[in-house]
Design a protein. Structure first.
Length: 230
């Protein structure tokens, strides 16, 4: 009975003085009970996200790499602050095609911090400090779209752009990657509302008629990307 009465008071992280003095076996049993309790906790309560294998851990403040116009790293900044202040930072855009030349598009979730509900290229994101571009693109593709594939860096297609979106600025040195994949993705619904494969002719026609349906960076980079697709 003494053990059962003492354990609930451990919730604050400190054993009651009475419990520590009574018997070292009580301390051992309390630790064992706590370990069992932790094992039963849902993983999302421990890591701060609903699915720790997909998307960004909400408990971690994301940072981006600040660069100059020659892509030289000059510092780091918290992601949202960098977008509010309009600081130039490193980013990437991924374009995945299937074997018949169709491009995989995603429709961004409405809850995204900007450009929610717009159609865009397969995946985009930012490398983290001390993370290579090659590692970042593979990580983000798996997080957002639920698959992995070989990706090629089109260094000659990289470009710098700046555009104001509501109260934020997209000011990015955007690296372009292309890949091939012939199956359907398994997108994270927190990131992506919908997806589709589309042929180049249909895509060009729809962008011409409905440019407001698409993200700025996607339209800006598409022409250069399609030069490399046969």
């Amino acid at each position: 009975m003494g053990q059962a009465a003492a354990f609930p008071n451990f919730r604050g992280g400190i054993f009651p003085e009475k419990c520590v003095r009574t018997n070292s076996r009580i301390l051992h049993h309390a630790y064992a009970s706590l370990a069992q309790l932790v094992e039963r906790l849902p993983l999302k309560e421990m890591v701060g996200g609903s699915n720790p294998s997909r998307g960004t851990n909400n408990a971690i403040m994301e940072k981006v790499i600040l660069v100059d116009e020659n892509n030289k790293e000059i510092g780091v900044e918290e992601k949202i602050k960098a977008h509010k202040d309009g600081k130039l930072h490193r980013a990437f855009s991924i374009f995945v095609f299937n074997s018949i030349g169709e491009l995989l598009l995603q429709r961004r979730a409405k809850e995204k911090y900007h450009s929610g509900g717009l159609w865009s290229n397969t995946c985009c994101g930012h490398p983290r400090p001390d993370e290579s571009l090659e590692a970042a693109v593979r990580r983000r593709l798996k997080e957002e779209m639920g698959f992995d594939c070989a990706l090629t860096h089109l260094e000659s297609a990289c470009f710098v752009y700046k555009v104001k979106i509501n109260d934020l600025f997209e000011n990015e040195y955007d690296h372009i990657f292309i890949g091939r994949f012939n199956e359907n993705p398994n997108p994270d619904p927190k990131e992506i509302e919908d997806y589709k494969w589309i042929n180049q002719k249909e895509l060009k026609e729809d962008i011409s008629l409905n440019p407001d349906k698409y993200t700025y960076w996607f339209i800006a980079s598409l022409k250069n990307v399609l030069k490399y697709i046969k």
